[in-house]
Design a protein around this ligand. Structure first.
Ligand code: GGG
Length: 350
């Protein structure tokens, strides 16, 4: 029997709750579809930071590098650890050290979930650059706390980084509807974003079967709300992709619906799967977090591991569950445990 080794990092806040809801579904899917999962949990989090002075051990990346995949909940608890410390201490180092340069985020309406728009249907795959750009961490501050204080944060866009994320976008567009939207702000940011546009044009010549449209981020933000049905594959920088995918989650009905995969399509490092949402301290511990984004991310993980039957079954069970209790999801009256049980109950057998 094939065994997949998964590193599980629940993290902070509702991260632990949505992971707790997801693991029984993964175990059940494995049992029914004839494969084994070896799940090893890592308690790296803001609590870990308070005990050890860091978000993960010094050799944390080496500890998880040998796994087949990583499943992550959420990171951050700003009342205990500053957000920039927690993010730059765990999530961003995993993405960068493993060179998971693609962050693929899916936005579509699930059955029974209406979302806040009049749109009846949309299906967007947003490809976010995941290792450089605005989140490079390059910069510094001088003259702290004085009237002469200066803060500099430099975005880094390399030809290798820009070309490979755009190439992934073109490849996905080719597999889907043949349409790619590339997002920049090249009227205002005349170096990095003009460079991004130029690389887009260079690749467009190579992918002549893909129709590429260039948008500015402000226009794209409006389009996500006014005409989401007009979009198919969208490719954007780290910051722009981060913001757009929260809008994507919002138009799906809320942050609890958006799934994501952090991938390196050209290497055998473990990919990482996580909900788009954060740790939501305001609702943590109340048993009301929507686990669907995490369960959906786990289905993406199963597909990535080659367990297509199990992945399809989990996605089918999510859709059956939302069709059954859609209105109760909208008014937040369905709890985390109830959603987990419903998905478990409806999980199809091969
Ligand atoms: N589920 C992952 C998580 O905790 N996301 C919160 C967040 O702010 N992430 C920043 C990012 O995705 O770059």
């Amino acid at each position: 029997m094939k065994t997949h080794r998964i590193a599980v990092i629940p993290g902070d806040g509702i991260g632990t709750e949505v992971i707790d809801a997801t693991l029984p579904i993964l175990r059940e899917a494995a049992g029914r579809f004839g494969f084994a999962l070896e799940l090893q949990s890592f308690d790296w989090s803001c609590d870990y930071y308070l005990r050890h002075g860091r978000m993960m051990p010094e050799d944390g990346i080496e500890q998880i590098r040998g796994f087949d995949a990583i499943l992550l909940g959420a990171v951050g608890w700003p009342a205990r650890v500053p957000d920039d410390v927690s993010l730059h201490g765990l999530l961003l180092p995993i993405r960068k050290s493993l060179d998971l340069y693609v962050n693929a985020r899916h936005h579509k309406l699930l059955p029974g979930v209406l979302g806040p728009l009049r749109a009846e249907k949309f299906d967007i795959l947003c490809i976010r650059e995941n290792t450089e750009g605005e989140y490079s961490g390059a910069g510094g501050r001088v003259h702290r706390g004085t009237g002469d204080e200066v803060a500099v944060e430099t975005s880094i866009f390399t030809r290798r980084g820009v070309e490979r994320i755009l190439r992934y976008g073109f490849e996905q567009a080719r597999k889907r509807g043949g349409k790619l939207a590339s997002v920049t702000k090249s009227n205002a940011q005349k170096h990095s974003m003009v460079f991004w546009d130029e690389v887009t044009e260079e690749l467009a010549a190579e992918y002549s079967d893909v129709a590429v449209t260039r948008y500015h981020i402000d226009a794209m933000a409006a389009r996500f709300i006014m005409h989401p049905e007009s979009l198919d594959v969208v490719v954007a920088s780290n910051l722009f992709g981060d913001i757009l995918t929260d809008i994507g989650a919002a138009i799906q009905g809320g942050l609890g619906y958006a799934a994501s995969a952090n991938l390196n399509p050209i290497s055998d490092v473990p990919s990482m799967f996580e909900p788009v949402h954060g740790s939501a301290p305001d609702i943590a511990g109340r048993g009301i977090a929507n686990p669907i984004a995490t369960i959906w991310s786990a289905a993406l993980m199963l597909r990535h591991l080659g367990e297509e039957g199990a992945a399809a079954a989990v996605l089918q069970a999510i859709e059956k569950a939302t069709a059954e209790i859609g209105s109760r999801l909208a008014d937040n009256s369905a709890g985390t445990g109830e959603i987990r049980e419903l998905i478990l109950k409806t999980l199809p057998t091969p």
